[in-house]
Each structure stands twice: as structure tokens, then as C-alpha cells.
Ligand binder design. Structure first.
Ligand SMILES: Cc1cc2nc3c(=O)[nH]c(=O)nc-3n(C[C@H](O)[C@H](O)[C@H](O)COP(=O)(O)O)c2cc1C
Length: 218
């Protein structure tokens, strides 16, 4: 059984650090890998949102390490009494906080439930307030709601934006996008094969990574 932490998907071709080559082929400076934490708001087996993130992990470009957070369903309900100063927190909370802290940025993909973001995802974000884990953390989302969704899951993303705003996250608008996904385009391995959708996922990853690198350079 998998633990409640994060699974790392470092591409075979991605070493710990990436060496940038100059146009003349000479070796340049080593660039630190950007670590992205992929968070699905859906616990459903066969989730289209999780499929988008699985595809993102597969498409992570050179120099990017994509870690899939798989502990959403193991988190206890947030209770401030269980997050007291100086006291240990539940192991699943500690693992989540550690995964968020290790990540340079979060990429979220979530369905809409009952007109808002899912309770499980809100619960995770509530646990990030106590340790300021999402404060100033670059965060983007891909809205994968299918074309049949009445509002295109707009309410889920409006409420996600509100929660992230409260947390003080650095919302990376350029990396947020809408890629409508139907269950039919999810392949047998849980990955999306549609070339247009894959290109759009690549674009989101590229924008999020570029944002992290820009911040580092400042
Ligand atoms: C209990 C429940 C409530 C839902 N509420 C909404 C909703 O308010 N708005 C919406 O667009 N879709 C709603 N949906 C549809 C889901 O958002 C949609 O099926 C989504 O694709 C599920 O994502 P997944 O494939 O990643 O699990 C709801 C689904 C369920 C099961």
C-alpha cells in the first residue's frame, strides 16, 4: 500500500540537476531542478482530474521533478485543537506538510462538488494554514471539467481561488488553464492521449516552471 506522502516522478532523462549547454555545445552552469507537487481534488478511482496530473507527471520537462501527492484521503478533518503550537501533528498531516514544503510549486486539478471545491481538498488547504505551507507558494490549477459541466466548474475554481487567497498563495495566472476532459479521452493507463490536451498540459507546466525560475532569479 502506498503511504500518505508524495510519489516522485523524476523523468528518466532528468538528473538531480540539469546542466544547460551553450549554443556551441559547451557545458554551462547546473540549474537546480524545479519540484512540482501535483494535487488532485478527486479521490475517485478513474478520476479525470487525477488523469490530467498523471499525464502532467509524464510530460514534466527536463529539469522538473513532478511529485504526486497521494495522501488527500488519509488526512484527518482539520481541527485547530490537533494543530496546537509545539505539539506533534497527525502523521498524514506531517507528511503532507513536508511534501508541500519540499515543493517549489503546487499544481492542482480538482472537480466541482456541490458548487464549490471538494471538502477533501479544502481540508488539506486548511491544514496548510497552521504551518503557512501555502503562504507565498506558487500555485496553479488546471480546470479539467468536461464540456457537459453546467458552469465549467467555475464555482470550484472561484472557491479554490478564495481559499488560496486567504492562505496567501502566489497564484500563477499564466499557468492556470481550462482543458475540458471527458472520461473517453483517458487511456487505459490513466493517462490522456489527446494531443491537444497534452500540449495544453505541457503549456501549464512550462508556465509554472518559468514562474518558479523567475522568482529564483529575482
Ligand atoms: C456529489 C457530486 C456533486 C457534484 N457537483 C457538481 C457541481 O456542483 N458542479 C459541476 O459542474 N459538477 C458537479 N459534479 C460532477 C463532477 O464535478 C464531475 O463528475 C467531475 O468530472 C468529477 O471529476 P473526476 O473525474 O476527477 O472524479 C458533482 C459530482 C458529484 C458526484
Amino acid at each position: 500500500m502506498r503511504g500518505p506522502g508524495a510519489d516522485s516522478h523524476r523523468s528518466q532523462r532528468t538528473p538531480r540537476n540539469t546542466t544547460v549547454r551553450g549554443n556551441d555545445g559547451t557545458r554551462g552552469v547546473a540549474v537546480r531542478r524545479v519540484k512540482l507537487l501535483l494535487v488532485s481534488g478527486s479521490l475517485r478511482v478513474g478520476s479525470t482530474n487525477s488523469a490530467v496530473l498523471q499525464t502532467a507527471a509524464q510530460l514534466a520537462p527536463e529539469g522538473v521533478e513532478a511529485m504526486t501527492y497521494n495522501g488527500l484521503g488519509s488526512l484527518p478533518h482539520f481541527n485547530p485543537d490537533d494543530d496546537a503550537e509545539g505539539q506533534p501533528v497527525h502523521a498524514a498531516v506531517a507528511a503532507m506538510r513536508s511534501a508541500v514544503a519540499r515543493a517549489d510549486a503546487l499544481l492542482i486539478c480538482t472537480p466541482e462538488y456541490a458548487g464549490a471545491l471538494p471538502g477533501a481538498l479544502k481540508n488539506m488547504l486548511e491544514w496548510t494554514i497552521g504551518d503557512a505551507g501555502t503562504h507565498d507558494k506558487p500555485v496553479a490549477w488546471i480546470n479539467a471539467a468536461g464540456p457537459a459541466a453546467p458552469s465549467g466548474a467555475a464555482d470550484a475554481h472561484t472557491s479554490l481561488r478564495k481559499v488560496l487567497g486567504y492562505a496567501g498563495a502566489d497564484i500563477v495566472e499564466a499557468a492556470c488553464c481550462r482543458i475540458p476532459i471527458t472520461r473517453q479521452v483517458v487511456g487505459p493507463g490513466g493517462r490522456i492521449l489527446d494531443p491537444q490536451a497534452r500540449e495544453a498540459i505541457r503549456g501549464s507546466l512550462g508556465a509554472l516552471t518559468a514562474h518558479v525560475r523567475r522568482r529564483e532569479a529575482e
